[in-house]
Write a protein that binds this ligand. Structure first.
Ligand code: 13P
Length: 248
């Protein structure tokens, strides 16, 4: 049985004070939560979050990392540095990284491999834009994004990874994929992996992300192939985030 994973992606939000208030409230509400829970925070707050969450039921991670191990890469952060702060997860290939910072499938595959080499669990984000959905090429796009990782790291690597299906048109827009729309893509992803390795496919956690909120989480998470959520805006409000965690 797959255990659901609800992860907050704080994006570029937070202050020392706000983070403390948010995490205090989240920790206080964890007693009724069955899902695994994590927060992926901006780099400068990793030490704070490590100190606050160590020994709790809430794991933490980062939102990006360098594909390189070390060297003259001004402004970059390596997987080993994330390990120094106890990260369990790192998001790779978020659509904002792909669209705004030009990360290609090949770069994302390198980051995924570098994360795993350091013992981190990559949360690999995949998803189509609105125009790609309208062109009916969602499966080609998502398939291509996953193939880049499979070509570099192989299907066995998915035993220590999470995939997040995040349709770009649903991110931060308030427009959520319907449970049927999301389930269809999740089933496509699992079927693609099942064709390579049934055991890996059955244990793979596939999260949905894109305007998941307290009000729509339960029906999304009730779908057979939706194993959790990657939560943006709603992860910044403790009651909303906890409601999603409890729906899982
Ligand atoms: P929203 O929940 O704000 O739509 O963001 C989703 C997301 O991008 C999570 O990575």
């Amino acid at each position: 049985m797959r255990r659901k994973l609800v992860a907050g992606n704080w994006k570029m939000h937070g202050t020392l004070t706000d983070n403390d208030v948010l995490l205090t409230a989240v920790l206080a509400g964890m007693a009724d939560v069955k899902a695994q829970v994590a927060v992926c925070v901006p780099f400068p707050y990793l030490a704070q979050v490590q100190a606050k969450l160590a020994g709790s039921a809430v794991a933490w991670g980062a939102q990006n990392m360098s594909q390189h191990a070390k060297g003259a890469y001004t402004g970059e952060v390596s997987a080993a540095m994330l390990n120094d702060f106890g990260c369990r997860y790192v998001i790779v290939g978020h659509s904002e990284r792909r669209a705004i910072y030009g990360e290609t499938d090949a770069v994302v595959a390198e980051k995924y491999a570098a994360a795993q080499a350091a013992g981190l669990i990559p949360i690999l984000c995949v998803g189509e834009t609105l125009s790609e959905r309208e062109e009916c090429i969602t499966e080609q796009v998502v398939g291509r994004q996953i193939d880049a990782v499979l070509a570099k790291s192989g299907v066995a690597s998915l035993a220590k990874a999470v995939i997040a299906y995040e349709p770009v048109w649903a991110i931060g827009t308030g427009v959520t994929a319907s449970p049927d729309q999301a389930q269809a893509v999740h089933a496509f992803i699992r079927g693609k992996i099942r064709a390579l390795d049934a055991g890996i496919a059955d244990s793979l956690v596939i999260q949905y992300g894109g305007s998941m909120k307290a009000g729509n989480a339960a029906e999304l998470l009730a779908q057979p192939d939706i194993d959790g959520g990657l939560i943006g805006g709603a992860a910044l409000v403790a009651d909303d985030f906890l409601a999603i965690c409890k729906a899982g």
